[in-house]
Design a binder for this molecule. Structure first.
Ligand SMILES: [Zn+2]
Length: 357
């Protein structure tokens, strides 16, 4: 029988999160992404949802490589679990590899021996019978890519997550020219899905939220506490810049935010003006109007920093009535209730709450 190309999604289709796709040709498997999903409100007692690896467990020797399209948890978070069972080299862009490396060191310690290959924004590389071409696409985190995957059966375009934004807050814009060039001869299949795909029109550029943040930073009577995703580096850059404009020093509450910030700053994906960033201990001593706090927990996750502040359980930060809290992320479908409850608590504490922005 002639060999066939199989495409097998292990997660992410019909889910919000745990993105993981398999391309199989003969006895060769290429994995694209390995993400987690956050539990829905009826999944009591469950911390994290990962894809079912059973199909791969039975074909461990076939796995030639893992390509990660970008650094979000719903595309990388299952890697520590996957790599405990399957050894394969990881291919991705510079920032993504740095984020993954930190995660794997933390979770696997000395067992982390995974080979990592850096992919340049417009690079091509071979994994088994697959020739993969990277295509830079803009998203809410820099260094995101779509893939053109040449298989013996034809070319597949795998879009990854993207937002067509020619003025992203950080990182390069999308390379639609490369996407067009790689699709010019027709493709076997386009694999693309998107949250909000049913909405007509364009999502506004990251730059368009600048005026709203500018006004908040200028007018807020005290501290501005901004909750965002730790991986939303473009947004973080914007907040750092506008804070600096109004003489506010930025401090970070939340370990994942702190770690991502450090990595992105070290690699040059976030530019921090001199003196614009301070430790929490320093921020606590400054007049409130000179402080911006960047924090995690925009989805109402009970253990994230903002929910702990709302519940009065945060070690460093007590929410006060001159605080302005900005929740800078739309709730992921399913999280609305948790977010709503957290907002109520923040308002009860006297804070002005602006959401979603
Ligand atoms: Zn994403």
């Amino acid at each position: 029988m002639a060999q066939q190309l199989r495409f097998i999604p292990l997660g992410g289709l019909g889910d919000i999160g745990r993105n993981m796709n398999i391309f199989e040709y003969g006895r060769n498997i290429l994995i694209v992404d390995a993400g987690v999903m956050f539990p829905e409100s009826d999944m009591l007692g469950i911390d994290l949802v990962i894809p079912n690896f059973e199909y791969l467990r039975q074909r461990k020797d076939w796995v030639r490589g893992i390509v990660i399209t970008h650094g979000h948890e719903d595309h990388t978070g299952a890697l520590p679990y996957l790599l405990k069972e399957i050894q394969a080299p990881i291919y991705s862009t510079k920032l993504v590899l740095a984020l993954i490396d930190r995660k794997l060191k933390e979770r696997l310690g000395a067992r982390h021996k995974t080979e990592m290959h850096e992919v340049t924004p417009e690079g091509s590389f071979r994994i088994g019978p697959f020739e993969v071409h990277a295509i830079p696409l803009s998203h809410s985190i820099p260094d995101s890519m779509a893939l053109a995957i040449d298989t013996p059966a034809g070319r597949i375009i795998h879009s990854g997550d993207f937002k067509i934004d020619f003025t992203p807050g950080s990182g390069e814009g999308p390379s639609l020219a490369r996407l067009a060039a790689l699709s010019a001869d027709g493709v076997l299949a386009l694999l693309s899905d998107s949250t909000g795909a049913e909405k007509v029109g364009f999502t506004p550029s990251e730059k368009t939220i600048e005026p709203a943040f500018d006004r908040i930073m200028r007018e807020a009577p005290g501290r501005v506490i901004v909750a965002s995703f730790a991986s939303q580096l473009s947004r973080i850059q914007l907040i750092v810049d506008i804070s600096h404009r109004y003489g506010r020093k930025v401090a970070i509450a939340g370990r994942s935010m702190e770690q991502n910030f450090e990595i992105a700053r070290r690699l040059g994906y976030i530019q921090v003006p001199k003196g614009a960033f301070v430790r929490m201990e320093t921020a606590k001593k400054l007049p409130p109007k000179q402080v911006t706090l960047l924090t995690t927990g925009s989805q109402g996750q009970p253990e994230a920093a903002l929910a702990r502040m709302a519940a009065g359980r945060h070690r460093d930060i007590t929410v006060r009535d001159d605080d302005t809290v900005v929740i800078s992320a739309h709730p992921i479908p399913g999280n609305e209730e948790e977010v709503g409850r957290m907002i109520n608590r923040l308002i009860e504490r006297g804070a002005e709450v602006i959401y979603p922005l």
